[in-house]
Design a protein around this ligand. Structure first.
Ligand code: SF4
Length: 178
């Protein structure tokens, strides 16, 4: 199963940004992690170039989408740097839909945070629209379907502890309540 995540950052803002989908190094923790189901959907996309590079396997053994070296940096295998778009946008994984919001696992709780490096978050984090969106997320994460999704896929929770100064915690969801 998967869940539909409402989008906070308008698409036109994302299309102009030069941050997402690009990473400092090939094994960056900012690459999206995917569930088995998401990996299977991506690998069925039949992207022949990627199959040639990765022998048909675009997800590594830790469930992260592989990154490729390009223009002195790295980028997600599915990123098209010419158009600044995702080649699997309709099927992009949960983590990509959720960003700039982040999911972490802290002992007995899932922690929902936001990445302050996103330029749109920097512009809006003190606005009412941001507070309303966080309220909407809280409601979404209180739904049984969302609990079930998180419980089934705890591997999606990342570890961003080394980036604590870039991250603002929003709310947590006790695992016992799931
Ligand atoms: S799957 Fe698409 S949205 Fe996600 S990181 Fe890769 S290019 Fe970006």
């Amino acid at each position: 199963m998967s869940i539909q995540i409402p989008q906070f950052v308008p698409q036109e803002v994302c299309l102009k940004c030069e941050g997402c989908c690009r990473f400092k190094e090939q094994r960056s923790p900012w690459r999206p992690k995917v569930t088995e189901r998401e990996a299977s959907v991506l690998e069925k996309k039949g992207l022949s170039l990627l199959e040639k590079i990765f022998d048909g396997n675009v997800v590594d053994s830790d469930s992260y989408i592989k990154a490729i070296n390009l223009k002195g940096g790295c980028q997600c295998s599915f990123f098209d740097s010419n158009s600044n778009t995702c080649r699997v946008y309709v099927d992009r994984p949960f983590e990509c839909q959720f960003y700039p919001f982040l999911l972490e696992k802290r002992e007995e709780a899932f922690l929902i945070s936001v990445h302050l490096s996103c330029p749109h978050i920097q512009e809006t984090e003190h606005n009412e629209s941001f507070q309303l969106f966080v309220k909407e997320l809280k409601e979404l994460f209180s739904q049984p379907e969302t609990h079930s999704f998180l419980f089934t896929h705890p591997e999606l929770a990342g570890d961003y502890s080394e980036f604590a100064d870039e991250i603002m915690p929003l709310f947590s969801l006790p695992i016992k309540s799931i």
